[in-house]
Structures are given as C-alpha cells and as structure tokens.
Design a protein around this ligand. Structure first.
Ligand SMILES: *Cc1c(COP(=O)(O)O)cnc(C)c1O
Length: 362
C-alpha cells in the first residue's frame, strides 16, 4: 500500500465522460453530444468579453454584484440570494462540501446528472440512487428513500438525459415531504427552454431548505466560459459563500454572462428556434421508428429496440460525421441523446437515422 492515500470515497469516483467532439475520418462533423446552443452566445456577450482583453491584469470582483443584479433583474429574483460559480457544477459541489460528509446520504435519481454522484463522493458522503418511473422523477420513491442521514436531494427538472419534466405540484409535494434537515436542490440547467417556467423560484421562496441551480452553458451558449449560479435562502447562500474561492469566476466570464442575460431578445430567439426544431426532429425520428419521450429541453433521448441497435446507430452516425451521446452510464443503454442542433444538423441526423433503420430492414 502506498503511504499517500486519498480521502475515503475519492477512488470510487469514475471520471466524468464528456460528450465526444471527434469523429475520425468523417468530414463536416457536427457535435450534438453536449447540449450546446448551436447558435452560440449573444453577440453582445462576445463584444463584452472582447472588451475585457485589456483588463486581464486585474482581478475580477469577488461579490459578482453586477452579474447578480443582472440575473435578478432578468428573472425577478433577490440579488442577495444569488451565488455565482464556475458553472453550476461548482454550485453543486459547494452544496455537497458544505452540507454532506462521511456517514451522510445524498439522493439522486436513476437517470440523474453524473455530477451529483461525483460531488457527493468527493465530499466523503454516500450517494443513494433512487428509481425513476418510466424515465420520470418519482417523488414517492425519493420520499421513501429519505431518512435521518439524508442531507441533500438532487433533481433536475427538466432532467438530463431524459428530457422529461414533472409538474410544479409534484415538486412541491417533494419539498413538503422531505425531512426538514434535508436540502432539496432543483437543478434548472434547462429551465430557460420551458416557456413561462420559473425554474423553481416560487419553491425557493416558500421553503427554508430549497435551492435552485442555473447555468449559462445551455440556452445562453457560454459552456466554454463556465458560469452558473444558485438561488436559495440567505442562510444557505451565506454558507456556500464561505467555501467559494474569492475570485472563482473570471473577469471575461463575468462580463460575458452579464451581457448575455441582459439580451433576453436573443435568448427568446434561441428558445423559439429550439422548440420548433425539437418538434421537427422528434417527429422525423418517430417516422423512422425511433421513439422518444416529450422533451422539454434542447435534446431528444432517442430510444432504440436494444443496446446493440443503439450502439450500431451511434457507429453509423459517427461514420456520417454526426456525434451524439451514448447514455449507458445513465442506465439508458438502449438510448442515444441527440442535441437539437441548427436546421441543417437536424435534417442530417434525421436522414442518417432513417438510412440506418432502412439498411437494417433491407
Ligand atoms: C449541463 C448541465 C449542468 C451544468 O453545467 P455547467 O456547465 O456546469 O453549468 C447542470 N446540470 C445538468 C442536469 C446539466 O445537464
């Protein structure tokens, strides 16, 4: 045994598998594996980022006040209850470090986002996986799994990689039913794709133990910059700020995110285009015999007849320069997650799936 040993739990962490970005040999590859906005960020965000180029010797602000104010304005929130992080991934890890440790349990769902488990193990706590019901978050199953050791419950609504969403009344039932020593985290990474949805804001306002996380990586098209945020009761935000690095979000990232959230017209355009193309793609796949649940996000979880068929289709798509995401690691081996790209990408991927299905039937 080497003398240097990491903390318990660390070696149980399996490395996060990012959506791949290469298809060797194919030309004109399109990456549809990481739920990125195919149109990129608002031009105003790129301009704001550029202006920071001559200020890079300066440290960024530590309190992120201009960005928090812009977020509060855009979503009708209290700026004092917002914390900004290096992606919402960082907010997820702050929550685990601050509230869960050895002997504690953290609940995530069967097809829940990989970072919940990773951050739980990193904090030395025990991840508890709860079944979903036909790829839908199952509130009763979560409530049944709660006990005196449960410190955090993570759900994403809408969820990745299923794309499904549960009603606010169901989430409220969950918030009502969990123990008072448990924090409910509502991951709203895809909230902006749902017209008229508040991401869980009302629930944060109603309870002392509900937190919402959000990101600039999806609708706002800034995944490369790494900016996310959390919204919660003051006592939790104050706690998280104690373990946050004082300069965690970089100067260019703060500037670009602020400009992005102020450009709601651009965000609306991206949402509308996603809604239109998502419906088209789901329908085109269905016509080729590939089913999917109604997606509330910027991707479709395409269901095949078997793991073998899903993997063969993935190989075929790759040969056509189309990179999608295998989700065997999310207990969905018979599925492929396909990001809704621009119109040309949607057409290419639908056409290729049709060819794949046609070949098999010949
Ligand atoms: C993409 C995603 C995130 C966040 O990503 P960041 O880039 O770290 O903000 C969080 N939760 C879910 C469910 C996601 O799909």
């Amino acid at each position: 045994m080497p003398k240097i040993q990491p903390q318990p739990g660390i070696m149980d962490i399996e490395l996060y598998q990012a959506g791949s970005s290469h298809a060797t040999g194919a030309e004109n590859t399109v990456k549809l594996s990481s739920n990125e906005n195919p149109f990129g960020p608002s031009p105003a965000a790129i301009e704001a980022l550029g202006k920071t180029a001559h200020m890079l010797h300066r440290y960024p602000s530590t309190d992120h006040l201009p960005l928090r104010k812009a977020i509060a304005e855009a979503f009708d929130l209290w700026s004092d209850n917002i914390i900004c992080g290096v992606g919402s991934d960082e907010i997820i890890s702050f929550l685990c470090y601050a509230y869960a440790g050895p002997g504690d349990e953290v609940i995530h769902t069967e097809h829940g986002f990989a970072m919940y488990r990773i951050s739980t193990l990193a904090a030395g706590a025990t991840p508890v996986e709860v079944p979903e019901h036909r790829r839908l978050t199952d509130v009763d199953a979560i409530l049944a799994a709660c006990n005196e050791r449960t410190k955090i419950v993570f759900i994403a609504n809408p969820n990745n990689p299923t794309g499904t969403m549960i009603a606010e009344a169901e989430v409220r039932r969950l918030a009502e039913g969990i123990p008072s020593h448990t924090i409910l985290v509502l991951d709203g990474a895809y909230a902006e794709y749902v017209e008229g949805y508040d991401g869980g804001t009302r629930l944060v306002h109603s309870y002392e133990n509900v937190v919402m996380t959000r990101t600039f990586s999806k609708l706002y098209g800034l995944g490369g910059l790494r900016v996310g945020w959390g919204y919660g009761p003051k006592h939790i935000i104050d706690t998280l700020n104690r373990i946050r690095g004082p300069f965690n979000v970089s100067l260019p990232a703060l500037a670009a995110a602020e400009a992005a959230v102020k450009d709601q017209a651009y965000a609306d355009q991206c949402r509308d285009e996603n809604t239109r193309l998502r419906a088209w793609l789901a329908n085109a796949l269905a016509e080729h015999g590939v089913a999917s649940d109604t997606s509330m996000t910027n991707f479709i979880l395409a269901r095949f007849n078997s793991q073998e068929e899903a993997e063969a289709c993935d190989e075929y798509l790759k040969s056509q320069g189309l990179i999608v995401r295998r989700v065997g690691g999310y207990n969905l081996p018979e599925c492929l997650r396909i990001t809704v790209g621009d119109e040309a990408s949607c057409r290419r991927v639908a056409h290729a799936v049709g060819q794949f299905k046609g070949q098999k039937n010949d």
